[in-house]
Design a protein around this ligand. Structure first.
Ligand code: G3H
Ligand code: 13P
Ligand code: ZN
Length: 316
């Protein structure tokens, strides 16, 4: 069942974080639903602008509606990831998305507030909730590369004013993570001090951590051993998720790790089975591996096992 992130956050706040997983195709969607049901977790499906234009945005909508019927026990939100203003309105008017992100993080403070406010007004009129972003992550997203030097941590002193004036329902904060497979040139440096300061100024308000893939070294090694070249890839320590949740993070975004599962499965499959060419063969392996990956991630997030209680909380 599709619900708003707001409801999920109310249940999760201070206790655990909900996995927000980017999807692009059928196999990911099936693996995602299976993995979340296997681990009994609520979840958030994220659709980026790139995912919407990979084929036609209606295909993803159709696939997710079908998954909702095939897996009636699942409880999830459908969320636009890193939207611009026009895409937010398109999603708000579609009647399908329960949540949108307006990413005004590259705009000056006042412009970010004004843009977010316009999206919030349009979204709230239809019962849809809005994630906004303050601060700037490093890394790659939507063909935009943000250099480490240009990335900016969220300023806790601005966070409260931003939330009050924009009316957003959750806030993505930059605390040292970055998008993609190459985070942290040296050792990991997540700024929990900054997160704690933001929570102090916004008690009870749901915060979001982007760029939170772990880039498991075992996965990278397997990909490289099967012909890949991802030397130096590095991610966030998943053992930090629970601490982030205690500090008000209710949504943790993970995309890159799922892409690594896809790459490892397909590289290894064709290396081990050079005679095969039926796309369903690696597809089956991928769906099973993706489900396992999701279930394992939910254990770190603390969302595993929460589904029965979430269903009760929602009166389902
Ligand atoms: O933050 C970006 C997400 O990983 C989505 O990536 O824009 O390539 O679909 P994408
Ligand atoms: P990763 O690249 O770390 O998976 O981050 C995904 C993300 O933040 C999507 O919005
Ligand atoms: Zn992101």
């Amino acid at each position: 069942m599709i619900v708003t992130t707001k409801k999920l956050f109310e249940h999760a706040y201070g206790k655990y974080a909900i996995g927000a997983y980017n999807i692009n195709n059928l196999e990911q969607i099936v693996g995602l639903f299976r993995g979340n049901l296997d681990s009994q977790a609520p979840f958030i499906i994220q659709i980026s602008k790139g995912a919407r234009s990979y084929t036609d945005k209606l295909f993803l909508e159709g696939l997710i509606r079908a998954a909702d019927e095939v897996y009636p026990e699942a409880v999830f939100a459908v969320h636009l990831d890193h939207g611009d203003e026009a895409t937010c309105y398109d999603c708000i008017n579609s009647g399908f998305y329960s949540s949108v992100m307006i990413d005004g993080s590259s705009l000056p403070f006042e412009e970010n507030i004004a843009t977010t406010r316009r999206v919030v007004d349009a979204a709230h009129a239809k019962g849809i909730v809005v994630e906004a972003e303050l601060g700037m992550l490093g890394g790659v997203e939507e063909h935009v590369q943000v250099a480490e030097a240009d990335a900016k941590l969220t300023n806790p002193a601005q966070a409260r004013e931003f939330v009050e004036r924009s009316g957003c329902d959750s806030l993505a904060v930059a605390i040292g993570t970055s998008h993609g497979a190459f985070k942290f040139s040296g050792t990991q440096s997540l700024h929990f001090d900054v997160l704690a300061e933001i929570q102090e100024r916004l008690p009870g308000f749901p915060l979001v951590m982007h760029g939170s893939s772990s880039v498991p070294q075992e996965e990278v090694e397997r990909i490289n051993a099967a012909g890949g070249n991802l030397a130096g890839a590095k991610g966030v320590d998943a053992n930090q998720f629970r601490h982030a949740a205690e500090l008000g993070v209710t949504k943790i975004n993970i995309d890159t790790d799922g892409r690594l599962v896809w790459t490892r499965v397909h590289r290894e499959f064709f290396l081990q089975h050079p005679e095969k060419f039926d796309l369903r063969d690696p597809g089956k392996v991928f769906m099973a591996e993706y489900a396992k990956f999701i279930a394992a991630k939910n254990e770190y997030l603390g969302s595993a096992g929460q589904l029965p209680d979430v269903r009760k909380f929602l009166g389902l």
